[in-house]
Design a protein. Structure first.
Length: 302
Protein backbone atom coordinates (compact mmCIF):
# COMPACT_ATOMS: atom_id res chain seq x y z
CA UNK A 1 0.00 0.00 0.00
CA UNK A 2 1.27 3.50 -0.86
CA UNK A 3 1.03 6.48 1.48
CA UNK A 4 -1.31 8.16 -1.02
CA UNK A 5 -3.83 5.24 -1.12
CA UNK A 6 -7.15 5.85 0.60
CA UNK A 7 -8.20 3.58 3.47
CA UNK A 8 -11.68 3.27 4.96
CA UNK A 9 -12.32 1.76 8.38
CA UNK A 10 -14.85 -1.12 8.56
CA UNK A 11 -16.60 0.92 11.25
CA UNK A 12 -17.64 3.47 8.63
CA UNK A 13 -18.58 1.08 5.82
CA UNK A 14 -22.23 1.09 6.91
CA UNK A 15 -22.14 4.78 7.84
CA UNK A 16 -25.36 6.39 6.60
CA UNK A 17 -24.43 9.98 7.43
CA UNK A 18 -23.43 11.96 4.36
CA UNK A 19 -19.93 13.41 4.67
CA UNK A 20 -19.63 17.14 4.00
CA UNK A 21 -17.56 18.62 1.19
CA UNK A 22 -14.37 18.05 3.27
CA UNK A 23 -15.22 14.34 3.64
CA UNK A 24 -16.15 14.75 7.32
CA UNK A 25 -19.20 13.03 8.84
CA UNK A 26 -20.72 13.14 12.33
CA UNK A 27 -21.95 9.77 13.60
CA UNK A 28 -23.85 8.85 16.76
CA UNK A 29 -22.32 5.79 18.44
CA UNK A 30 -24.53 4.36 21.16
CA UNK A 31 -23.24 1.87 23.74
CA UNK A 32 -26.12 -0.28 24.99
CA UNK A 33 -25.31 -1.01 28.60
CA UNK A 34 -25.50 -4.76 29.15
CA UNK A 35 -25.27 -6.24 32.63
CA UNK A 36 -23.88 -9.71 33.14
CA UNK A 37 -24.99 -11.88 36.01
CA UNK A 38 -24.40 -15.51 36.91
CA UNK A 39 -27.45 -15.78 39.19
CA UNK A 40 -29.17 -19.10 38.47
CA UNK A 41 -27.28 -19.11 35.22
CA UNK A 42 -26.45 -22.82 35.13
CA UNK A 43 -23.67 -24.66 33.39
CA UNK A 44 -23.49 -25.58 29.71
CA UNK A 45 -22.57 -29.03 28.33
CA UNK A 46 -18.85 -28.17 28.40
CA UNK A 47 -19.05 -27.32 32.10
CA UNK A 48 -18.72 -23.53 31.51
CA UNK A 49 -20.89 -21.05 33.40
CA UNK A 50 -23.69 -19.63 31.27
CA UNK A 51 -23.44 -15.85 31.46
CA UNK A 52 -26.83 -14.15 31.59
CA UNK A 53 -26.84 -10.84 29.78
CA UNK A 54 -29.54 -8.26 30.33
CA UNK A 55 -29.71 -4.95 28.59
CA UNK A 56 -30.38 -1.95 30.81
CA UNK A 57 -32.69 0.71 29.39
CA UNK A 58 -30.02 3.38 29.38
CA UNK A 59 -27.40 3.71 26.66
CA UNK A 60 -24.41 5.97 26.26
CA UNK A 61 -24.76 8.12 23.16
CA UNK A 62 -21.54 9.60 21.81
CA UNK A 63 -21.44 12.00 18.90
CA UNK A 64 -18.22 11.62 16.96
CA UNK A 65 -16.88 13.69 14.09
CA UNK A 66 -14.71 11.60 11.80
CA UNK A 67 -13.41 11.45 8.25
CA UNK A 68 -14.75 8.80 5.87
CA UNK A 69 -11.72 7.66 3.89
CA UNK A 70 -8.25 9.01 4.50
CA UNK A 71 -4.66 8.54 3.49
CA UNK A 72 -2.56 6.45 5.88
CA UNK A 73 -1.11 9.49 7.59
CA UNK A 74 -4.60 10.65 8.63
CA UNK A 75 -6.10 7.33 9.78
CA UNK A 76 -6.54 8.82 13.25
CA UNK A 77 -9.45 10.83 11.90
CA UNK A 78 -11.51 7.65 11.47
CA UNK A 79 -12.92 5.38 14.18
CA UNK A 80 -11.41 1.86 14.11
CA UNK A 81 -12.74 -1.42 15.47
CA UNK A 82 -10.02 -1.42 18.14
CA UNK A 83 -11.49 1.75 19.68
CA UNK A 84 -14.87 0.00 20.03
CA UNK A 85 -13.31 -3.20 21.43
CA UNK A 86 -11.37 -1.18 24.01
CA UNK A 87 -14.49 0.85 24.86
CA UNK A 88 -16.43 -2.41 25.42
CA UNK A 89 -13.60 -3.73 27.61
CA UNK A 90 -13.67 -0.56 29.73
CA UNK A 91 -17.48 -0.65 30.08
CA UNK A 92 -17.33 -4.33 31.09
CA UNK A 93 -14.41 -3.89 33.53
CA UNK A 94 -15.08 -0.53 35.06
CA UNK A 95 -13.48 -1.49 38.38
CA UNK A 96 -10.10 -1.47 36.62
CA UNK A 97 -10.57 2.18 35.69
CA UNK A 98 -12.63 3.85 38.45
CA UNK A 99 -10.76 6.77 40.02
CA UNK A 100 -7.66 6.31 37.85
CA UNK A 101 -5.37 8.75 36.14
CA UNK A 102 -5.20 7.32 32.60
CA UNK A 103 -3.49 8.09 29.33
CA UNK A 104 -4.60 6.99 25.88
CA UNK A 105 -1.87 6.74 23.22
CA UNK A 106 -2.86 7.22 19.55
CA UNK A 107 -6.41 8.21 20.57
CA UNK A 108 -7.57 9.35 17.11
CA UNK A 109 -11.11 10.73 17.30
CA UNK A 110 -11.15 10.25 21.09
CA UNK A 111 -14.03 7.75 21.32
CA UNK A 112 -12.22 5.41 23.73
CA UNK A 113 -11.10 8.28 25.98
CA UNK A 114 -14.69 9.55 26.09
CA UNK A 115 -15.84 6.17 27.41
CA UNK A 116 -12.89 5.97 29.82
CA UNK A 117 -13.77 9.39 31.22
CA UNK A 118 -16.99 7.94 32.68
CA UNK A 119 -14.88 6.11 35.29
CA UNK A 120 -11.40 7.68 35.42
CA UNK A 121 -10.69 10.83 37.42
CA UNK A 122 -8.44 12.18 34.68
CA UNK A 123 -7.77 11.07 31.08
CA UNK A 124 -4.90 12.40 28.99
CA UNK A 125 -6.12 11.75 25.45
CA UNK A 126 -3.04 11.91 23.24
CA UNK A 127 -2.06 11.71 19.59
CA UNK A 128 0.20 13.53 17.16
CA UNK A 129 -0.59 16.32 14.67
CA UNK A 130 -2.91 19.30 14.92
CA UNK A 131 -5.50 17.82 12.49
CA UNK A 132 -6.28 14.75 14.58
CA UNK A 133 -5.91 16.55 17.91
CA UNK A 134 -8.32 19.33 16.83
CA UNK A 135 -10.86 16.73 15.67
CA UNK A 136 -10.48 14.97 19.02
CA UNK A 137 -10.91 18.23 20.97
CA UNK A 138 -14.10 19.01 19.02
CA UNK A 139 -15.40 15.54 19.91
CA UNK A 140 -14.72 16.17 23.59
CA UNK A 141 -16.67 19.44 23.34
CA UNK A 142 -19.52 17.79 21.40
CA UNK A 143 -20.05 15.30 24.21
CA UNK A 144 -20.05 17.62 27.19
CA UNK A 145 -23.14 16.55 29.07
CA UNK A 146 -22.25 12.89 28.65
CA UNK A 147 -18.83 13.66 30.13
CA UNK A 148 -17.40 16.14 32.58
CA UNK A 149 -15.29 18.45 30.38
CA UNK A 150 -12.41 18.79 32.83
CA UNK A 151 -11.73 15.05 32.96
CA UNK A 152 -10.33 14.73 29.43
CA UNK A 153 -7.24 16.71 28.46
CA UNK A 154 -6.32 16.42 24.77
CA UNK A 155 -2.53 16.57 24.50
CA UNK A 156 0.20 16.03 21.90
CA UNK A 157 2.34 12.96 22.50
CA UNK A 158 4.56 11.70 19.70
CA UNK A 159 5.98 8.23 20.44
CA UNK A 160 9.06 9.23 18.44
CA UNK A 161 9.94 11.88 21.01
CA UNK A 162 11.96 10.19 23.76
CA UNK A 163 11.33 13.06 26.21
CA UNK A 164 7.55 13.23 25.74
CA UNK A 165 5.52 14.11 27.65
CA UNK A 166 7.23 17.29 28.78
CA UNK A 167 6.01 20.85 29.39
CA UNK A 168 5.45 22.81 26.18
CA UNK A 169 3.57 26.02 25.36
CA UNK A 170 2.57 24.79 21.85
CA UNK A 171 -1.02 23.93 20.94
CA UNK A 172 -2.08 20.78 22.80
CA UNK A 173 1.16 21.15 24.80
CA UNK A 174 1.58 19.87 28.35
CA UNK A 175 1.34 22.35 31.22
CA UNK A 176 3.43 22.13 34.36
CA UNK A 177 0.24 21.09 36.21
CA UNK A 178 -0.31 18.22 33.71
CA UNK A 179 3.23 16.99 34.27
CA UNK A 180 2.65 17.03 38.03
CA UNK A 181 -0.62 15.13 37.67
CA UNK A 182 1.06 12.50 35.52
CA UNK A 183 2.96 11.40 38.63
CA UNK A 184 -0.33 9.67 39.54
CA UNK A 185 -0.59 7.83 36.21
CA UNK A 186 -2.21 4.43 36.82
CA UNK A 187 -3.05 2.97 33.44
CA UNK A 188 -2.31 3.27 29.71
CA UNK A 189 -4.73 2.28 26.94
CA UNK A 190 -4.24 2.17 23.16
CA UNK A 191 -6.48 0.95 20.35
CA UNK A 192 -5.63 -0.01 16.77
CA UNK A 193 -2.11 1.39 16.80
CA UNK A 194 -0.46 -1.77 15.40
CA UNK A 195 -0.23 -1.41 11.59
CA UNK A 196 3.26 -0.18 10.74
CA UNK A 197 6.45 -1.75 12.13
CA UNK A 198 8.24 1.56 12.49
CA UNK A 199 5.39 3.01 14.58
CA UNK A 200 4.96 -0.25 16.51
CA UNK A 201 8.54 -0.20 17.72
CA UNK A 202 8.23 3.44 18.83
CA UNK A 203 4.90 2.68 20.49
CA UNK A 204 6.23 -0.25 22.53
CA UNK A 205 9.30 1.79 23.53
CA UNK A 206 7.02 4.62 24.68
CA UNK A 207 4.95 2.19 26.76
CA UNK A 208 8.14 0.86 28.34
CA UNK A 209 9.46 4.36 29.15
CA UNK A 210 6.13 5.61 30.56
CA UNK A 211 5.79 2.54 32.80
CA UNK A 212 9.36 2.89 34.05
CA UNK A 213 9.06 6.66 34.57
CA UNK A 214 5.67 6.65 36.35
CA UNK A 215 6.05 4.02 39.05
CA UNK A 216 2.32 3.82 39.91
CA UNK A 217 1.55 2.81 36.33
CA UNK A 218 1.49 -0.97 36.22
CA UNK A 219 -0.90 -1.77 33.36
CA UNK A 220 -1.16 -1.01 29.66
CA UNK A 221 -4.06 -2.41 27.61
CA UNK A 222 -3.73 -2.66 23.80
CA UNK A 223 -6.65 -3.53 21.51
CA UNK A 224 -5.79 -4.50 17.95
CA UNK A 225 -7.08 -6.09 14.79
CA UNK A 226 -4.78 -8.45 12.92
CA UNK A 227 -4.54 -7.56 9.25
CA UNK A 228 -3.71 -10.44 6.94
CA UNK A 229 -1.93 -10.51 3.58
CA UNK A 230 -1.43 -13.45 1.25
CA UNK A 231 2.24 -13.97 0.31
CA UNK A 232 3.38 -15.89 -2.73
CA UNK A 233 6.71 -16.67 -1.06
CA UNK A 234 5.02 -18.45 1.83
CA UNK A 235 1.87 -19.45 -0.09
CA UNK A 236 0.02 -18.53 3.05
CA UNK A 237 -1.74 -15.65 4.77
CA UNK A 238 0.41 -13.75 7.25
CA UNK A 239 -0.26 -10.88 9.64
CA UNK A 240 3.14 -9.15 9.51
CA UNK A 241 2.25 -6.08 11.60
CA UNK A 242 0.89 -8.28 14.37
CA UNK A 243 3.91 -10.61 14.18
CA UNK A 244 6.20 -7.62 14.58
CA UNK A 245 4.18 -6.43 17.60
CA UNK A 246 4.61 -9.88 19.20
CA UNK A 247 8.34 -9.66 18.50
CA UNK A 248 8.44 -6.23 20.25
CA UNK A 249 6.50 -7.68 23.20
CA UNK A 250 9.00 -10.52 23.43
CA UNK A 251 11.79 -7.94 23.57
CA UNK A 252 9.91 -5.96 26.20
CA UNK A 253 9.48 -9.06 28.28
CA UNK A 254 13.19 -9.76 27.85
CA UNK A 255 14.86 -11.88 30.46
CA UNK A 256 14.34 -9.96 33.65
CA UNK A 257 10.58 -10.37 34.21
CA UNK A 258 10.06 -6.63 34.66
CA UNK A 259 7.20 -6.74 32.16
CA UNK A 260 4.58 -9.46 32.04
CA UNK A 261 2.66 -9.86 28.80
CA UNK A 262 -0.81 -11.39 28.74
CA UNK A 263 -3.41 -11.88 26.05
CA UNK A 264 -6.85 -11.26 27.56
CA UNK A 265 -10.10 -13.03 26.66
CA UNK A 266 -12.55 -10.88 24.69
CA UNK A 267 -15.77 -12.68 25.58
CA UNK A 268 -17.19 -9.60 27.36
CA UNK A 269 -20.42 -8.03 26.07
CA UNK A 270 -20.51 -6.08 22.82
CA UNK A 271 -22.15 -2.83 23.79
CA UNK A 272 -21.27 -0.87 20.67
CA UNK A 273 -22.49 -2.12 17.27
CA UNK A 274 -19.56 -3.53 15.26
CA UNK A 275 -18.34 -6.90 14.12
CA UNK A 276 -16.03 -8.40 16.76
CA UNK A 277 -14.09 -10.80 14.59
CA UNK A 278 -11.60 -13.51 15.58
CA UNK A 279 -8.90 -11.21 14.25
CA UNK A 280 -9.41 -8.78 17.13
CA UNK A 281 -7.24 -9.19 20.22
CA UNK A 282 -6.65 -7.51 23.54
CA UNK A 283 -3.25 -7.56 25.21
CA UNK A 284 -2.08 -6.35 28.58
CA UNK A 285 1.45 -5.37 29.57
CA UNK A 286 1.89 -5.47 33.35
CA UNK A 287 4.89 -4.05 35.14
CA UNK A 288 5.89 -6.75 37.51
CA UNK A 289 7.38 -6.04 40.90
CA UNK A 290 7.57 -9.58 42.17
CA UNK A 291 10.00 -12.10 40.82
CA UNK A 292 9.58 -15.67 39.73
CA UNK A 293 6.08 -15.38 38.25
CA UNK A 294 5.07 -17.18 35.09
CA UNK A 295 5.67 -14.09 33.01
CA UNK A 296 4.53 -14.90 29.46
CA UNK A 297 0.92 -15.97 29.42
CA UNK A 298 -1.44 -16.38 26.52
CA UNK A 299 -4.98 -17.36 27.34
CA UNK A 300 -6.73 -19.81 25.08
CA UNK A 301 -10.41 -19.18 25.83
CA UNK A 302 -10.81 -16.31 23.40
C1 LIG B 1 -5.54 3.50 13.20
S1 LIG B 1 -5.51 4.95 14.15
C2 LIG B 1 -6.36 4.46 15.63
C3 LIG B 1 -7.12 5.63 16.22
C4 LIG B 1 -8.02 5.25 17.40
N1 LIG B 1 -7.25 4.74 18.51
C5 LIG B 1 -9.05 4.23 16.98
O1 LIG B 1 -8.87 3.03 17.26
O2 LIG B 1 -10.05 4.62 16.37
C6 LIG B 1 -3.79 5.00 14.75
C7 LIG B 1 -3.48 6.22 15.59
O3 LIG B 1 -2.11 6.19 16.00
C8 LIG B 1 -1.60 7.51 15.91
N2 LIG B 1 -0.14 7.52 15.77
C9 LIG B 1 0.60 7.01 14.74
N3 LIG B 1 1.90 7.29 14.94
C10 LIG B 1 2.00 7.97 16.10
C11 LIG B 1 3.08 8.54 16.83
N4 LIG B 1 4.34 8.48 16.38
N5 LIG B 1 2.81 9.16 18.00
C12 LIG B 1 1.53 9.25 18.45
N6 LIG B 1 0.46 8.75 17.80
C13 LIG B 1 0.69 8.12 16.64
C14 LIG B 1 -2.27 8.05 14.65
O4 LIG B 1 -2.22 9.46 14.57
C15 LIG B 1 -3.68 7.51 14.82
O5 LIG B 1 -4.50 8.37 15.55
Amino acid sequence: MNDSDLVLSDVHVRCTEKPNERGVAVTRFVAKIIEESDDDAGIDEDGDTIVKRRQRGEGIPLVIEHAMATRLKDVGQQVWNGALLMADFILSNKDLFIGTCAIELGAGTGLTSLVLSRYADLVFCTDVGDGVLSCCQRNVERNIGEIDAGIIQVRALNWADPDAPEGSPSSFGWTAADIDRLEDLDVIVAADVIYNDYFTEMFVNKVRSLMLRYRKCKRCYVALEKRYNFTISKLDTVAPAFDYFKHCLDDLHGNDDTFVIERLPIGFSSMFAYERSHDMELWCVYRNESEGVDSRREVSDV
